[in-house]
Design a protein around this ligand. Structure first.
Ligand SMILES: [Zn+2]
Length: 356
């Protein structure tokens, strides 16, 4: 007799913002109070359309994460300057983080403030993405008088821990730590030293949580996605994944659909994944304008199930659809069509693997 199986499927986070919201932010700034109704409409519409895809877990599409997935928590801090770390993308454009100019380091907002509104509109579980300590550690670029790097790291870890605890307490289905700089670290420093320092730092944070909490905490890795361009797609997963699985998290959201050689990546996942770690493989590629079919997604899930035990397998999108809020390269329609393909394709695979 066939047994019913369930393969969990979750989004990463961001959905392209409505064009009128992007325009209004460009003219009046992200915090103009008159934008409140627009933000609220964007979140309501995003969740409605998310649920219409059948996605069993949704996000608020990061409609209010201004300006991006990494700096939303520090955007507008008075003790920062705009000339921080540069992320170079393969098409030649760059994005820049803020630089800390003086201590102490404090978040300006925690991501659970986004959950409040999302949970009000959602009928299904909502997950919340937060930025990793390692990404924000790049804000401390040179020594700051009366504020040592050690003090900064202490403050950073404590702010990050507070943010995750607040999200867990408010009922986030999962809290996903965005770690796009992991793969980039290998590109910047092929020796692996920078990557390992990032892993150690993030593990200092993850160690503060119980085993039970860590079942609801995940880590996302990807080669970046901005204007359909990447920052580290040429880095071999063999250089990243062995270290990645050292992270003390219960869930891993790994970009796979856009990889040149998926089976190569899956072999490394099979070798280094720990028994308690669930792997959500990317089955749709947000940077590719073509919309996947449910059958293609199904085949990718079946392929992944040859390497990952079905009870430890999940599916996701390779990345958010617009991690930077002004990225208009993907339309909302395309994003939701891809999400629907992910959901339908995952269901097809469940039926095939479950044998009915
Ligand atoms: Zn990503």
């Amino acid at each position: 007799m066939a047994t019913a199986i369930t393969i969990p499927t979750e989004p990463i986070g961001s959905i392209p913002r409505p064009a009128d919201l992007i325009e209004r932010i460009a003219t009046s700034g992200s915090e103009d109070p008159s934008l409140e109704p627009l933000y609220e409409d964007a979140v309501r519409d995003t969740i409605e359309r998310f649920e219409a895809t059948g996605s069993p877990v949704v996000t608020d599409g990061e409609q209010r994460k201004y300006h991006n997935f990494a700096t939303y928590c520090v955007h507008g801090l008075p003790n920062t300057a705009p000339d921080g770390f540069k992320i170079p993308f393969s098409d030649g454009h760059t994005r820049r983080l803020a630089r800390l100019t003086s201590g102490p380091f404090r978040y300006r907002r925690y991501a659970d403030c986004f959950l409040d509104l999302a949970i009000r509109y959602a009928h299904v579980p909502v997950k919340q993405a937060v930025i990793s300590p390692s990404a924000l550690s790049l804000m401390y670029t040179e020594s700051i008088p009366d504020y040592s790097r050690e003090q900064f790291i202490d403050d950073l870890l404590s702010e990050h821990e507070t943010e995750i605890r607040r999200c867990l307490k408010k009922g986030a289905h999962k809290v996903q730590v965005d770690f796009t700089e992991g793969r980039l670290a290998v590109k910047i420093d092929p020796s692996g030293h920078l990557l390992n320092s990032f892993i150690d730092l993030n593990n200092l944070a993850l160690s503060r949580f119980s085993a039970e909490d860590r079942k609801r905490i995940g880590v996302h890795t990807c080669p970046g996605n901005d204007f359909d361009s990447t920052h580290s797609a040429d880095v071999d997963y063999a250089e990243l994944l062995p270290s990645l699985f050292e992270l003390k998290a219960g869930n891993f959201y790994i970009a796979l659909a856009g990889e040149q050689d998926r089976r190569h990546a899956l072999q490394i996942i099979r070798k280094y994944r720990k028994p308690e770690q669930r792997v959500f493989v990317g089955v749709t590629a947000p940077a590719d304008p073509r919309i996947e079919t449910p059958e293609e997604v199904r085949d990718r899930v079946i392929e992944a199930s040859e390497y990952i035990p079905i009870e430890q397998l999940g599916t996701t999108d390779d990345c958010g659809f617009s991690p930077f809020s002004d990225d208009t390269s993907t339309s909302r329609d395309t994003a939701f069509a891809k999400i629907q393909a992910r959901v339908l394709g995952t269901r097809l695979a469940e039926r095939l693997i479950g044998g009915h």
